[in-house]
Design a protein around this ligand. Sequence first.
Ligand SMILES: C[S@@+](CC[C@H](N)C(=O)[O-])C[C@H]1O[C@@H](n2cnc3c(N)ncnc32)[C@H](O)[C@@H]1O
Length: 307
Amino acid sequence: MNAYHIPVLVKEVPEKLITDTSGVYLDGTVGGGGHAAAILPHLASGSLYIAVDRDGDAIKRAKKTLASFSNIIFYQSVFSDVDTVLHEANIHGLNGVLLDLGVSSYQIDTAKRGFSFRDDAPLDMRMNSKQALTAADILNNYPVEKLNTIFRTYGEERYAAAIAAAIGKKRQVENIRTAFQLTKIIRACVPGKLINKSFARIFQALRIEVNEEMKILQDGLEHLFSYLNSGGRLVVISYHSLEDRLVKQFVQKKENPCVCPPQLPYCACGKQQEIKRIKPYPVKPAHEEIEENPRARSARMRVGEKL
Ligand SMILES: C[S@@+](CC[C@H](N)C(=O)[O-])C[C@H]1O[C@@H](n2cnc3c(N)ncnc32)[C@H](O)[C@@H]1O
């Protein structure tokens, strides 16, 4: 078993992603290389696998895991910003793109990265530790109203306003630097029974803001889709409803891009369907997988084929 991160839907991903064993594939979230290790043995010698991750530790780990494969190049970047690596490799089209969103178990379990509310670590949460902005910066500097919006939008937290106000008060007395300072503030605002859910929602919201996850996903889907060859597949696994909704809406828009008023009896805008869904859609992990790997519980995999 991979202690770094157990890949979710690992049998289904190669089946859905690979349409040409000699093709070029881009893995935008290579992490510990778990999915890559399941995909690469299916690819022929003329193929190329481009492994991207914004986290330098993940790239290091994936290089070790995948050392026996030669048809692979690694690139540290966000997946919305891959022009340079594709240009350098002289790649103009892709046969498949895989995005396995969010954080890896390694990132969550490494206390000093600050992703977990269970460890009293500095509130960092940067996926790329060269980035300047941390979760602590956000808590200590953003206006209270903006914190409220982030907790409501990215965390769907009922007590967002009260928590944001309490942070505003607390930081007048001391800087908020550690996870347990934050959980103490949250605990004072939320009735007892659901407290762990609120911790998870607030930490998720901060992580999304620190790493600009929604914007990068939105931009990345459009940009990577533009590189897909006809017949190429886009495979996206998401772990919370916000990102899954964004992926779903992206596919819907490409499936039915017509912008004509509904009362018009024919299409005048001329926008053509660009994608078809590959069913089942979405794919959810089986009970057995969830029992073995509880993190798989919330996974939803959506697959579209470019027309
Ligand atoms: C769920 S893990 C991927 C696990 C991987 N599929 C495996 O099997 O080991 C998510 C990874 O994506 C990376 N990541 C998240 N958002 C990213 C983005 N916008 N661009 C590049 N990498 C990203 C994280 O750093 C993390 O390593």
